[in-house]
Design a binder for this molecule. Sequence first.
Ligand SMILES: [Zn+2]
Length: 69
Amino acid sequence: MATVKRYSIFCQKCNHKFPVFAMLPHTVEVDAWMKDKADNHDCKAYADQLAKERAPRPVNPLKASKKSA
Ligand SMILES: [Zn+2]
């Protein structure tokens, strides 16, 4: 039985490591699969995501003052 594993893929294009969760069958060559993942890394989207996570949460005064009914 294959189980879901966490793979750490390193992208040489943007120099970032990113986690990929996958359930690989035993027939898959992990090294080739990881290389393929790195080659297909969406660097732009990943950079945007990182920037979003690092950015301080913008406070919306309208929403913050509005108590939930
Ligand atoms: Zn990348």
